[in-house]
Design a protein around this ligand. Sequence first.
Ligand code: ZN
Length: 374
Amino acid sequence: MLGLLLLEPAAAGSEQVRSAVDAGIRPASGAGSIELTARPRVDGAAARRNLLLFQAASADGAELYEIHIAAGDLLVVRDHAHCIRSAARTPHNFKTGGAYRLTLKWNGASTSFLVNSKKTDEFNLMLIDAFSRFRDVSTIDGGSDFEVSDIKVAAAAGIAEDPKDRTFVREHRCPEMASLLNSPQQEQFMGVSLHRFTDAKTREQIKRYIALLPAAVAGSIGHVVFVEKSYNPDTAWKGMALLGARTMLVQEVSLGNPSTFFHEAAHLYDYHASVREGNSKSSAWERKFMRTGRQGGVEPGPSQTRGHSVLERMDGSSAEEEIAAFVGIVYGRYFQLQGSSRKNPFENSDDKAKLAFLLEQGFITRAIYDRINR
Ligand SMILES: [Zn+2]
């Protein structure tokens, strides 16, 4: 399920920050390319958790291009078509003293990335929080670990648009955020404003869900906006967390499946705690439970990497998505127990530890914990 990607800002105090705009870097949206050379200056540069190497908005503000270093991987992002993110993650194997030519190309719905002329994995497309226009602010920043040079921008991409990508963009119509977000409040429950519910019954259902949340989680949800079936018949998403707007969109189809609501609620709470309180629950989760992921040097299996990027947050590399998914599972179990006196404990010790983590970090109440656990 969808939420906005959280990337840590590049480290402050780096010596080589320039404005891409000042450097005359104004890529053209629609079709074009950016090339640059990255030179790692120090050993272990790859160990940095996250560093933004390059970011530029297109001249018309319609698209955004980013290249990040995330530990042993490069993350490449292109935001386009108002609410589509194309993203790829690829191991970089950078060595100190080496020079790496990075090339990002785009044509219509398709995007491609090359390292020293070698094409990396396919880009995955996902629907994100709709954006209006990107500002002119862009950066080239190798920090103290990388030198970034020889930037070239061209208006021709030299790649063909893949019909699969075109279909994805066509079928994932952007939610019309303005009309959704400006809809009048119907009522407020535990501090959460409810909008656009078509009848009292569905509103009662959501209120039952909200009532199960710890107060701090409910407090991180400003608005829940109901999206009826007929509003967006083509769309693939079931729920969406608009992090900056503290808003959850819930599709009618997902009402009967509590996991969607609690999954998105977890995203909003996690974001709220990280950004507003500086308390990153995702980092704590990552340190505790993600030691077998790429960070720990063990590659995930092919089923986890094909067709998914970290930005899709389903490949086990994203702590934010893992927490949200696990919260969804926990509530799924809770609802299975309704009307029964049984318990439904996790058997696996890792899952038991994750459940305890959710309690400790305030994602679930003691009552939910006790109901599931023995
Ligand atoms: Zn999610």
